[in-house]
Ligand binder design. Structure first.
Ligand SMILES: Nc1nc2c(ncn2[C@@H]2O[C@H](COP(=O)(O)OP(=O)(O)OP(=O)(O)O)[C@@H](O)[C@H]2O)c(=O)[nH]1
Length: 290
């Protein structure tokens, strides 16, 4: 958030909140506009913001993912990306070998839900296998995204509304990380460098050290990794609470969510989606948090 200072200079107002989140003390004008909209029309259930097809979702996500302490009447529920099943491969291949990172990769990387649209055009020409390959392609960039196939974007609204993808207290989507059977890493590194990585660690960690570790990665860019999204569960020493970790670009939060259940195997499991991610560095440096 940019404000005019005493001399007319532009001053950024950021504060670090107790939960580790770097947050703006003043709400972005977009948030204020949305809040006014909610006030004017009291019966709004959801607001769908459609960006241009060429938008990078990162700045919007950062602006709309608000700290609870700002007590806003709006909150970011999820990011939905529509991809054209007929053109996806062509678009991704076009940019794969270039040093530029097209919005197509970013929009998939930031998505909580990917609607794979125009599947009728693919299956008319090719086999079912082609759609599965496209889904694998999407998951190689973002293993956490839920993919829905569609024709003319006709989808069950419950699959895109009320996902609560940014709500730490609604930890179901984060708890799914604990399902060991679920493969979350893309394995082979994408040529574009945009991919998903998952690190696991069974020993309990020191919360203070985890904060320093994540801040070095997200804020100081110490290891030159570009993290777009990060989601995880943490096993924190001297605590019976499962902690959740979420990050969007530089903003992150770690919160105690609920007590560990008896049948659960307590562990740390963190998924990173980004560019230039180095699995060995992440694993090695995370060990320093024990
Ligand atoms: N066969 C088929 N055609 C579709 C489908 N979805 C959209 N179309 C058609 O594709 C054409 C282009 O629509 P879109 O690709 O949705 O374009 P758009 O998203 O509205 O365009 P922008 O918002 O400007 O990016 C239109 O004629 C649609 O009727 C689909 O699932 N199957």
């Amino acid at each position: 958030m940019i404000n005019e200072g005493e001399s007319g200079a532009l001053v950024e107002e950021w504060v670090e909140l107790a939960n580790g989140c770097v947050c703006c003390t003043v709400k972005h004008s977009l948030v204020q506009a949305l809040e006014q909209l909610v006030q004017m029309k009291k019966k709004l259930d959801h607001i769908l913001l459609e960006t241009t097809g060429l938008a990078n979702p990162a700045p919007l996500a950062s602006v709309l993912w608000l700290d609870d302490q700002l007590e806003s009447s709006v909150k970011l529920d999820s990011i939905v990306t529509v991809v054209d099943a007929k053109n996806l491969r062509f678009q991704l291949n076009r940019h794969r070998d270039s040093s530029s990172f097209p919005e197509a990769f970013l929009q998939i990387a930031f998505a909580d839900v990917v609607i794979l649209n125009k599947v009728d055009l693919v299956s008319q020409e090719q086999s079912e296998g082609a759609l599965e390959e496209l889904e694998n392609e999407i998951h190689s960039i973002n293993s956490l995204a839920n993919i829905i196939r569609s024709i003319r974007c006709e989808v069950d609204l419950s699959q895109i509304l009320n996902r609560q993808a940014y709500d730490a207290t609604h930890a179901t989507h984060l708890e799914a990380l604990l399902e060991e059977s679920k493969s979350l890493s893309s394995g082979d590194l994408h040529h574009s460098g945009v991919c998903t990585l998952c690190i696991n660690q069974t020993e309990a960690v020191d919360l203070h050290k985890v904060r320093l570790w994540i801040e070095e990665i997200l804020w100081d860019k110490k290891y030159s990794m570009d993290v777009y999204r990060c989601k995880g569960v943490l096993r924190v020493g001297n605590s019976d609470q499962l902690h959740t970790l979420q990050a969007v670009r530089e903003i992150y939060e770690i919160v105690p969510t609920r007590p560990w259940r008896n049948e659960e195997k307590q562990m740390n499991r963190i998924v990173f989606i980004g560019h230039n991610l180095d699995e060995n560095i992440l694993i090695d440096t995370f060990r320093g948090c024990i």
